[in-house]
Design a binder for this molecule. Structure first.
Ligand code: TMP
Length: 211
């Protein structure tokens, strides 16, 4: 049995990742591919518990390094219990955020820098990488307006200041420029159907859609 593909969706607040992930899952399923949707932080019972510590409460609740460690601990559990078994059984896994979010939010946004985040991911993940990463890009103000319109309790990161969000947008674009083979930047300022078509185009150009 061939191992499944691992696709991650990344981007700042309000980029429309969750909607696009569902649409992509439907398209892949209609090609006969067995798809699983998951998310970070979360995606396994233990990682969902860690998520609760991260997404609510005061913006300064954690120091940057503690936060990076918590996200990475959740990631390791998610991989061991959910992602790796699914890929091994031939399923494709679509994941809402992955290690690029730690690099963008904690590395660039909170100012930890690239090196400690790279080191942490190396320890926790070895050389495991997504087969494809779609980075949904849009102006910070547009994303925050969208995110504020649907604001719930999980808004700790949304409440961080504008300069934080600007740093993480630049961070995602820098990540994509450093790894163009793995990452595709998608303009998320367009209507849902246009973004959906751009995503499908990137997936079909870069991966073989054989069930
Ligand atoms: P979500 O709102 O996309 O589900 O993600 C929850 C928040 O967690 C989001 O604001 C981004 C943040 N985050 C990090 O800061 N670092 C990480 O490594 C991950 C996976 C998410």
């Amino acid at each position: 049995m061939a191992r499944g593909c691992f696709i991650t969706l990344e981007g700042g607040e309000g980029a429309g990742k969750s909607t696009q992930l569902r649409l992509l899952a439907d398209s892949l399923a209609s090609c006969g591919i067995d798809v699983m949707l998951t998310r970070e932080p979360g995606g396994s019972p233990g990682a969902e518990e860690i998520r609760r510590l991260l997404v609510s409460g005061e913006t300064g609740r954690w120091g940057g390094m503690t936060e990076a460690l918590l996200h990475t601990a959740a990631r390791r559990d998610h991989l061991e219990r959910t992602v790796w078994p699914a890929l091994d059984s031939g399923r494709w896994v679509l994941c809402d955020r992955f290690f690029d979010s730690t690099m963008a939010y904690q590395g660039y946004g909170l100012g930890l820098g690239r090196e400690p985040i790279e080191a942490l991911q190396r320890v926790a993940l070895g050389d495991f990488r997504p087969d494809l990463t779609l980075i949904l890009d849009l102006p910070v103000e547009v994303g925050l307006d969208r995110a504020n319109a649907r604001r719930g309790d999980e808004d700790r990161y949304e409440r961080m200041d504008l300069s934080f969000h600007a740093r993480l947008r630049d961070g995602f674009l820098d990540i994509a420029a450093r790894e163009p083979e793995r990452c595709a930047v998608i303009d998320a300022a367009h209507p849902v159907e246009v973004v959906q078509a751009a995503i499908l185009d990137a997936v079909t150009r870069r991966l073989t859609l054989a069930a």
